[in-house]
Design a binder for this molecule. Structure first.
Ligand code: NAD
Length: 397
């Protein structure tokens, strides 16, 4: 099959197996170029391991400390006529590269929120891996089916105050327009917390604990975002921000339990705003990211998921002392939040319009990265050649 991009709003409905493989290889090469992470983990479970921050969180331990990894995600395989999702092809490439180095790598495709996914993962850990020393929880999902009641909860991206109007980038048209986001009802806030808050992370950690598959000194980490004030009404103070606050509350509880029982620890890491399938759906954020990229690239500070997560492992999680902020969070958004970067972004934000978009923002960079998420526009890939849409991870369950 010859595969070309087909973009529908915030998503590209085709993915390129060879392009995804080249992306994964690029990330592996980067991790290897940085050298080993001393004292890094050896037996890792990544929940949400197929794209974005979770994929990077699988690649870093595998290729910087030789870790065995179990990855869990929700993706679609390709068929003869239709391509699979990017995360499916990313995983195929990851597993192949891991096997070539003699690393154990197994993957589970299913609903992480279900009891079934947890018990399948525990079986694999018990029978094939041994106790886990790092659990990364990196899910981004619009919906969660409660495993006990069967009720489907949907997250929303709304404010928790009044209406909020700001500039927004219509990424289809490449034009700036105004967007007004309305306030959420209490039910919508509760549902967003149910989907993107800490409840399922805690269920996972409790299930792993009860099954006796956590190692002494185990660490667990989940990801959050804060960003500048201009995005607070839609992010930090919005419905998603309420879910992230819940994540922090759960983290505190997990941390004290893991410390008591395993001499372990739990962290929330605040990461940089990046183009991923999840972030491209948030209003206002793509324009902010485009301006941010321009400023960070100009100052040589730009990072993607792999650079962020390599730094998280090398300079935070596995450094001698883990630097934390006043709310006990890890911050790898430190370069994004530097005063000089944020002052420059705020100045551009005030004056940006369709006329000066190309000067003040890196929209080309945004679009390139968006296409790259699906394996398109990657150097060295021949997009006119036939590729196999049925490419699959060898050890998928
Ligand atoms: P992403 O969309 O790239 O990845 C989401 C992952 O979750 C994928 O592996 C997907 O398969 C998996 N998934 C979704 N629903 C699932 C389900 N029901 N069962 C199993 N797997 C499922 O997202 P991302 O941007 O990497 O986000 C990961 C985390 O990082 C989120 O908590 C997000 O809030 C946080 N974060 C993102 C950014 C950003 O700018 N992208 C910044 C800071 C923090």
């Amino acid at each position: 099959m010859i595969v070309k991009p087909k973009i529908r709003g915030f998503i590209c409905i085709t993915s390129h197996p060879d392009g995804c493989a080249a992306n994964v290889q690029e990330q592996i090469d980067y991790v290897k170029s940085k050298g080993p992470v001393e004292g890094g983990p050896k037996n890792v479970l990544v929940i949400g391991s197929s794209t974005g921050y979770g994929l990077a969180s699988r690649i870093v331990p595998a290729f910087s400390s030789g870790a065995n990894t179990l990855g869990l995600f929700f993706e679609k395989p390709g068929t003869e006529k239709r391509t699979g999702t990017a995360g499916w092809y990313n995983t195929a490439a990851f597993e192949k590269a891991a096997a070539a180095e003699g690393l154990f790598a197994k993957s589970l495709n299913g609903d992480a929120f279900s009891h079934e996914a947890k018990s399948k993962a525990i079986d694999i850990i018990k029978n094939e891996m041994g106790p886990i020393d790092l659990v990364v929880y990196s899910l981004a999902s619009p919906v969660r089916k409660d495993p006990d009641t069967g009720e489907a909860h949907r997250s929303v991206l709304k404010t928790t105050g009044g209406e909020y109007t700001n500039k927004n980038l219509n990424t289809d048209k490449g034009e700036i327009e105004e967007v007004t986001i309305g306030p959420a009802t209490q039910e919508e806030i509760d549902n967003t917390i149910k989907v993107m808050g800490g409840e399922d992370w805690e269920l996972w950690m409790n299930a792993l604990d009860e099954a006796g598959v956590l190692a002494d000194g185990v660490k667990t980490v989940s990801y959050s975002y804060i960003g500048p004030e201009l995005t607070w009404p839609i992010y930090t103070d919005g419905t998603i921000g309420m879910a992230k606050k819940d994540l922090e509350t759960v983290c505190e509880r997990l941390d004290s339990k893991l410390r008591d029982k395993y001499n372990g620890s739990a962290y929330v890491s605040v990461n940089k705003a990046l183009v991923t399938q999840a972030s491209s759906a948030i209003p206002v954020v793509p324009l902010y990211i485009s301006i941010l990229y321009k400023e960070m690239k100009a100052k040589g500070l730009h990072e993607g998921c792999i650079e962020q997560i390599q730094r998280l492992f090398a300079d935070r999680l596995y450094s001698e002392e883990i630097p934390l902020d006043e709310n006990s969070r890890i911050r790898i958004d430190d370069w994004e939040m530097r005063d000089d970067i944020q002052e420059a972004v705020a100045k551009s934000w005030d004056t940006i319009s369709n006329e000066n978009l190309a000067n003040l923002a890196d929209f080309d960079g945004y679009q390139e990265e968006f296409l790259k998420l699906f394996g398109f526009g990657v150097d060295g890939v021949n997009y006119d050649a036939e590729t196999d849409p049925e490419t699959s991870p060898p050890s998928i369950t």
